[in-house]
Design a protein around this ligand. Structure first.
Ligand SMILES: [Zn+2]
Length: 328
């Protein structure tokens, strides 16, 4: 039997400058709001979903991993954050979560005194954009794909997360918007920022630091884990495979390949990720063609060969199977 307690509608999770309401008052349906807002442990993004995981992780220290060519990786604030630091300032890929602001600031200061100049949001998800506001206030121009900018400035409900994201504050909104691609010349580095249509979401960007040969892929690459695919917002398994193919084609064994989640990787790991996506898609599609229902497909375990390796982070094989199925 479930226990219900009344939560105040004003209870919030503090995340630095930003607040995400702990109640589900933002959910549009008043009837469901009444039910969910009194539930002690609602099944949503910030209680049982990935958001809860990232909030917990942010209590630990930021892991700092120097790469090459003045590029450093910061891990532990939501998605991975890539930092290029030069005389002109710092150019970041993804903003992490606001809760880590002080730890991130300390880690960034340790890299060097140069001020924040740019932060590129690889996509709209909270664990990659929640730090936008403080980074903007610290001097960064927030860069994003047009659809990411749209998600951040509109109300976006994600059924799979049982959560409604309200428009972010003015200072957290992208002001430099990209459609297909843009090349930056910054701190002696050529930085190619590109979109290839729907992938993990409808507004992904990858960021390639040309001279250092470092490719930051955002959530179009999860190194060693089943990825999330935002089917509700333009992502799909086929888009995810297309992006992975593009990344495989663009890289060599020399390239440092940075995922949105998981350790800094190599092209070999990227290929293993791509091959996993392709095989799971093919298995799920074959079962679907046989006329099996989603429940039957999940029961058939089309991810079985991969679960021991890939199913140990946010998503297990059954959850990933459902995501793949939704996109077919
Ligand atoms: Zn994401």
């Amino acid at each position: 039997m479930k226990t219900f307690i009344r939560l105040s509608a004003t209870v919030s999770i503090s995340m630095g400058a930003a607040f995400v309401p702990l109640s589900t008052a933002a959910i549009a349906d008043p009837a469901s709001q009444t039910i969910q807002s009194v539930h002690a442990t609602p099944d949503d993004y910030f209680h049982t979903g990935a958001g809860a995981r990232y909030l917990r992780r942010a209590d630990s220290d930021i892991v700092v991993q120097p790469l090459r060519g003045n590029i450093t990786e910061l891990m532990g604030s939501g998605g991975n954050i890539t930092v290029l630091s030069g005389k002109e300032g710092k150019f970041l890929v993804d903003a992490g979560i606001g809760k880590s602001k002080n730890k991130l600031r300390a880690a960034l200061d340790k890299i060097g005194p140069a001020p924040l100049k740019y932060v590129v949001d690889t996509h709209w998800h909270w664990d990659h954009t929640n730090g936008n506001a403080w980074m903007h206030d610290a001097g960064a121009t927030v860069v994003a794909h047009r659809n990411t900018s749209k998600h951040l400035t509109e109300t976006t409900h994600v059924d799979a997360w049982n959560w409604t994201f309200e428009p972010v504050p003015e200072n957290a909104r992208p002001t430099l918007v990209i459609d297909d691609k843009r090349t930056f010349s910054f701190a002696g580095t050529t930085i190619q920022v590109e979109n290839f249509g729907g992938g993990h979401t409808d507004g992904d960007l990858w960021v390639y630091f040309k001279e250092a040969d470092v490719l930051a892929l955002g959530d179009t690459f999860w190194n060693g884990f089943y990825p999330y695919i935002d089917n509700e917002d333009g992502g799909s398994i086929d888009g995810a495979i297309k992006w992975a193919d593009k990344a495989v084609a663009r890289t060599t064994d020399h390239t440092i390949v940075i995922p949105g989640h998981g350790p800094v990787g190599t092209r070999t790991e990227l290929i293993a990720f791509r091959d996993m996506l392709v095989t799971v898609r093919s298995n799920v599609a074959a079962l679907k063609r046989q006329g099996k229902s989603l429940d039957e497909i999940v029961a058939a375990k089309p991810t079985a060969a991969f679960d021991a390796v890939w199913g140990n982070f946010v998503f297990n094989g059954a959850q990933f199977t459902k995501m793949v199925y939704s996109g077919l």
